[in-house]
Design a protein around this ligand. Structure first.
Ligand code: ADP
Ligand code: MG
Length: 728
């Protein structure tokens, strides 16, 4: 056995669970290390606190002297939590979080030092931004970017650092992060949805988007992880034969959580509590060593920050427990992949969930309004939802018969389908008194009782209505949810504005408000039919049916990313003040570059593994067999030899065939890679990687995985699937 594999396995068998001190009540730790509303009330004057609330709720500017007061309060609080440093914590387009720590420490005259932090340091910082991706924005415009405090997300202390959630912007005002466009989209949906919600309740002054994510992940022992160069460098296994005991048994799902893993989860939950991440559920997932955690939903911006923070935290805590967390969407072939369901809704400052059916016809009409407008938004702009979740790693999942397909459709369940059918039958134009009564009592009035026994669930839909929220399931496990949230909220904001203008037009024509709403909704149902699908989203029949409906099936990232530059989608973001044309192009460029880089790295790792690990091992084994055959020939008669050695001779032939096959594919991969590296146009480059390089991955893998079955287990160089997935 290779040294690395042998030592890794030896380590795993010696592992013991790391004990964790469990507090008596987890809830007591909640927000312990967060500069929360409660803490702010304690540390700030009532008037300063009011400014924070106004900034959070209405996006109002915080005056300079108040920022100073907040900074000083934040510093005092952070020091009481053991903080010595502060940092603007932000989410650049690299996909992780970034921070640059500065000490509170500052020298003053007379050889003394004090802890210092003021309003301008809180409000703005200048990280060295040259190493973050900018898609050409900074090269063309301005060489630097700055981070600015986002008062809508709470500051927190990790270890000895005060982390201040921030946006990241270039000096020209172009956004360089995930958060800024999200905040703009949230503002847009707030404005549009508030206007529409006021048709039903004049007391509504604000609408928040809510997000409850479900994070799936794999855990692999860190020694085993380190024994696999492909996992280390690409986050997924590029090689490896499926184990005999795969997912077939499905005994892992909701089975008991292994003790070592449980300890990791317990520590994670404790740390989440302290940081205000309201983690609620934990369980095993479908695949071996796959797990999920989910919080109680929160306001979308806060929830996005909490998800980024969680991913960060998971990595660190896993290390203590000798695990490595895999966020990759498809770390193991033939084993279920990981996603991040984004449960999304809208809620008012009067405490109503706008996607929840209510107790009376009025509330239900409100529900139907937001429900149908969302369907219409996804119908009109579904392609951009698809492109927003496109990445090299998520390509392995979408459409691979286990995850939602790359085709965007909506599942709403049979009962709500029936309601839409009834609504569609409503007469166009003015309604008779009888019709009005019928609508109120028999259609709109019946929704709550119907939904109560709405038990049909469809797990194969990428965008499903689940009782009081929509669940966008196609988001990848490694993605930042900000992008999906930015797109959903933008398309819904856009749609709600359209809805309002159409309703107003009818009202001006003399329609009553309800009549106008019914008329517009009825038209929307008619025009949005195509996007509704209740059947099996994984089936080949759906692909055919979707093609007939002219729904796009964008299977690769380069294909999906083309969509972002279509005029229809560019104007969507520009009109709603979410992204400028320059920002859209820059972001598109960054994603394409990232795609090409990832495929290039995977190709290099694969070539290295094949040439330097697999082929030499196969040749060694082959030589051993050849020697053995020679020996047999020496001691046996020709006739005896023939029958005794045949099997080994066949094996030698098979191994030779595989070695030759791998060599040819590796050479071709290298030559295609070299061609790709020379392409300057980012889109053409990504396409070439997708079409010319990536196909060889499967070809090489097929040969190597067969070799794995032929070569003596003792000398196989790579830790096997069985060992990665079942050793704990
Ligand atoms: P599942 O069956 O998919 O596990 P759950 O009912 O357990 O669904 O909820 C999953 C997620 O949905 C949780 O994270 C929860 O917080 C979130 N959720 C519930 N209501 C809302 C809402 N109104 N807005 C956003 N997310 C929500
Ligand atoms: Mg779910």
């Amino acid at each position: 056995m290779s040294q690395l594999r042998f030592h890794a396995l030896k380590e795993v068998f010696r592992r013991e669970p790391i004990e964790v001190k469990i507090p008596q009540r987890l809830s007591r730790l909640y927000n312990e290390n967060v500069f929360s509303d409660e803490t702010m009330k304690e540390y700030l004057t009532p008037s300063a606190y009011k400014y924070i609330v106004a900034a959070k709720e209405k996006g109002e500017q915080i005056p300079r002297e108040i920022t100073d007061q907040v900074a000083s309060a934040m510093k005092e609080w952070a020091i009481s939590k053991g903080a010595t440093h502060y940092t603007h914590w932000f989410q650049p387009l690299t996909g992780s979080t970034a921070e640059k720590h500065d000490a509170f420490f500052s020298t003053v005259e007379g050889g003394f030092a004090i802890e210092q932090f003021n309003g301008s340091l809180l409000a703005q910082q200048e990280p060295d931004a040259s190493s973050f991706p900018n898609g050409g924005i900074r090269n063309t415009f301005e060489a630097r970017g700055y981070t600015a405090w986002d008062p809508t997300s709470a500051a927190f202390v990790i270890d000895t650092t005060l982390c201040i959630p921030s946006v990241f912007i270039s000096y020209t005002g172009d956004t360089l992060d995930y958060k800024t466009p999200l905040l703009r989209a949230l503002q847009s949906v707030d404005e549009a949805a508030t206007e529409v919600a006021r048709y039903f309740d004049r007391n509504v002054n604000k609408v928040q988007s809510t997000l409850g994510w479900e994070q799936e992940y794999f855990l692999v022992d860190s020694s085993l992880f380190n024994s696999r160069p492909d996992l280390q460098l690409t986050g997924r296994t590029l090689l490896g034969h499926s184990p005999a005991k795969g997912q077939q048994l499905e005994d892992h799902y909701f089975g008991s959580i292994p003790l070592r893993v449980l300890r990791f989860m317990q520590e994670l939950e404790i740390e989440c509590m302290k940081l205000g991440i309201p983690i609620k559920t934990r369980h095993n997932e479908v695949a071996p060593n796959q797990f999920e955690c989910a919080p109680i939903f929160e306001e979308a911006n806060q929830a996005v920050d909490h998800n980024s923070l969680l991913m960060d935290l998971m990595g660190r805590i896993a290390k203590k427990h000798n695990f490595k967390v895999l966020f990759h969407e498809k770390p193991f072939k033939g084993v279920n992949g990981s996603g991040k369901h984004n449960n999304w809704s809208l809620s008012t400052d009067t405490g109503e969930n706008l996607l929840s059916p209510g107790k009376n016809p009025k509330k239900n009409l409100q529900f139907l309004t937001f429900f149908i407008n969302t369907i219409k938004a996804v119908h009109d702009y579904g392609d951009i939802l698809r492109s927003t979740i496109a990445s090299a790693s998520n390509d392995h999942r979408l459409g691979a018969n286990e995850a939602p397909p790359a085709i965007i459709s909506i599942f709403i369940g049979s009962q709500l389908s029936a309601v839409l059918d009834e609504l569609e039958k409503v007469t166009k134009g003015r309604l008779s008194p009888d019709e009005k009564t019928d609508l109120k009592l028999n259609i709109v009035g019946k929704i709550p009782e119907i939904l109560l026994d709405n038990t049909d669930r469809n797990r194969t839909s990428p965008f499903a209505f689940t009782g009081n929220k929509f669940e966008f399931r196609a988001v990848g496990s490694s993605a930042n949810c900000a992008e999906a949230m930015m797109v959903i909220n933008t398309i819904v904001a856009h749609q709600l504005k359209l809805f309002k203008s159409e309703v107003e037009k009818l009202i001006q024509k003399g329609f009553s408000k309800d009549e106008a709403i019914f008329n517009v909704l009825r038209d929307y149902i008619k025009t949005s039919r195509n996007i509704l699908f209740e059947g099996d989203g994984y089936s080949p029949e759906w692909e055919k049916e979707a093609a007939k409906r002219k729904l796009k099936n964008l299977k690769s990232t380069p294909e999906a990313l083309k969509i972002e530059l279509e005029p229809k989608f560019v104007s969507l973001f520009v009109e709603n003040g979410v992204l400028s044309q320059v920002e859209i192009e820059a972001r598109n460029e960054i994603k394409l570059e990232k795609y090409s880089t990832l495929i290039d790295i995977e190709a290099q790792v694969l070539v290295d593994l094949a040439r330097n690990h697999i082929i030499p091992t196969a040749v060694n084994y082959q030589n051993k067999l050849i020697e053995n055959v020679r020996g047999l020939k020496e001691i046996f008669s020709a006739e005896e030899f023939k029958s005794l050695a045949q099997e080994q001779i066949d094996l030698i032939k098979m191994i030779s065939g595989k070695i030759a096959g791998i060599k040819v594919s590796v050479d071709r991969t290298i030559s295609e890679m070299k061609k790709c590296q020379k392409i300057l146009d980012t889109h053409k480059k990504a396409e070439a990687y997708s079409e010319k390089v990536k196909p060889y991955f499967d070809v090489i893998r097929a040969d190597v995985d067969e070799l794995e079955m032929l070569v003596d287990d003792e000398i196989w160089p790579l830790t096997k699937y069985r060992e990665l997935l079942f050793s704990r």
